[in-house]
Design a protein around this ligand. Sequence first.
Ligand SMILES: Nc1ncnc2c1ncn2[C@@H]1O[C@H](COP(=O)(O)OP(=O)(O)O)[C@@H](O)[C@H]1O
Ligand SMILES: Nc1ccn([C@@H]2O[C@H](COP(=O)(O)OP(=O)(O)O)[C@@H](O)[C@H]2O)c(=O)n1
Length: 228
Amino acid sequence: MSKHSYPLFVAIDGPAGSGKSSVSRAVARRLGYGYLDTGAAYRALAWLVIDQEVDPQNSAAVSALLPSFDYTIGTEPDAYFVRVGETDVTDAIREPQISAAVSAIARVPAVRSHLTELFRSIARAVPQPGVVVEGRDITTVVAPEAEVRILLTATEEARMARRSAEISTQSAHTVAEQLRSRDRADSQVVEFMSAADGVTTVDSTHLDFDQTIDAVVEVINTARNSHD
Ligand SMILES: Nc1ncnc2c1ncn2[C@@H]1O[C@H](COP(=O)(O)OP(=O)(O)O)[C@@H](O)[C@H]1O
Ligand SMILES: Nc1ccn([C@@H]2O[C@H](COP(=O)(O)OP(=O)(O)O)[C@@H](O)[C@H]2O)c(=O)n1
C-alpha cells in the first residue's frame, strides 16, 4: 500500500518516438497503475481547433475554445480512449494533419496552463496506487515534485525508424521530416532533450521494447524503496 494520500506519481518525458506512450502504458499495466497520455489532450484540442475551423496560429482564437473544451481520457492502461464532448477522437488525433497543427497550439501559454491543471486533477483522481504520466513537461512543470522522474530518450535515427515503421501512409522520409520539425518547434517551448536536475535518463536506443519496460520499472522500484 502506498502511504501517500495521492497515487504515486511517475513522470516520464521525452521527444517524439522515444517510446513514451507505449512504454508508459506497459509499465502501468505491469505495476497495476493508471496511465495518463498528456500529448493526447494537446492533440484533442488541435482536433477541436480544426473542427471549428479556427486558425491554429491564432492564439487568441485558440484560447477562446478552452472554456468549452470538454475533454475525457481513459486512464486504464487496457481501456484507452479519448473523447471531445460526445465524439470519440482516439484515432482521429493521430492523423498527420493533427500532428502538423499541434505544436502551434501547444506554444500558447493559456493552453499550457489550462491543460497542466487538467493533468494534475486527472492524475490525482486515478483509483490505482500509482499513475504513470507521460509528455514533454511532466518532470519539469506538471509535476516537478513527482516521486519518480524519468527522461526517456533514443537517438534521432532510432526514433525516426520506430515511428516510420508504424505509419504506412507516408514515406519514411516524410515521417522523419515531420517528426524533426515538430521536435524543433516543441523544444522552443519546453526542454525535453536533456534531463533536469534529479531526473533519471533511460536511453532506449540499444534496448528492445521489453528491456525498456524493465529499465523503467527498475528506476521506479529504486525510487519507491528510497521513499519507504
Ligand atoms: N525500446 C524500443 N525498442 C523498439 N521499439 C520501441 C521501443 N520503445 C518503443 N518502441 C516502438 O516505437 C514506436 C513509437 O513509440 P511511442 O510509444 O509511440 O513513442 P512516443 O510516445 O514517445 O512518441 C512504437 O511503435 C513502439 O512500439
Ligand atoms: N506534456 C506535453 C505533451 C505533449 N505536448 C504537445 O503535444 C504534441 C503531441 O504529443 P504526443 O506525446 O502525442 O506526441 P508523440 O511523441 O507521441 O508523437 C507534442 O508534439 C507537443 O506539441 C506538449 O506540449 N506537452
